[in-house]
Design a protein around this ligand. Structure first.
Ligand SMILES: [Zn+2]
Length: 163
């Protein structure tokens, strides 16, 4: 994806208040992110690791979600699969919950998805990060198709939050 500026990132969130958007922690190393290999930018707030953020471009427009991440139970050994990039991890997939945008969110409605806890889906898909033996399914589709599928899954998740 095309790189994002801090300003674009702060303006991108669809499911938090203006105050939250102003205060949320944006990564300081934006210039060093591997943008050409990212389908979305994802990060955790270092001060509050249960707060996670995901920003992507939908039709070129920066669109972001604020998420609450569940902590995997200590010693969790069950393998689970990320619903965005379909990588399986042992204890490395978190249930991420996004309050819905607008009125529905204020009424407490939210949407959840199982996502790679480190929000590095793009790197797992491209083989730039390894989640261990058996983490990736053997598939006959091309890398481009896997990327397109991941992008589609992220867009579908955002669509559920803004619906
Ligand atoms: Zn993933």
């Amino acid at each position: 994806m095309e790189s994002l500026t801090e300003q674009e990132i702060r303006a991108a969130f669809v499911n938090c208040t203006k105050g939250e958007t102003r205060r949320l922690s944006v990564p300081r190393d934006l210039a060093d992110r591997p943008w050409e290999d990212l389908d979305y930018l994802g990060w955790r707030d270092p001060q509050a690791p249960d707060r996670a953020y995901l920003v992507t471009r939908l039709d070129g427009r920066a669109t972001g979600l604020a998420l609450r991440a569940s902590t995997p139970a200590f010693g969790q050994t069950r393998r689970s699969m990320c619903s965005m990039c379909l990588t399986s991890h042992t204890g490395g997939v978190c249930l991420m919950v996004a309050p819905k945008a607008g009125k529905a969110g204020k009424q407490g409605n939210s949407v959840g998805a199982y996502i790679c806890g480190d929000l590095c889906c793009s790197l797992y898909v491209r083989g730039r990060k390894d989640a261990g033996a058996g983490a990736r399914l053997h598939e006959t589709i091309t890398l481009e198709e896997k990327i397109r599928r991941t992008v589609g899954n992220v867009a579908a998740f955002i669509a559920k939050v803004t619906a």
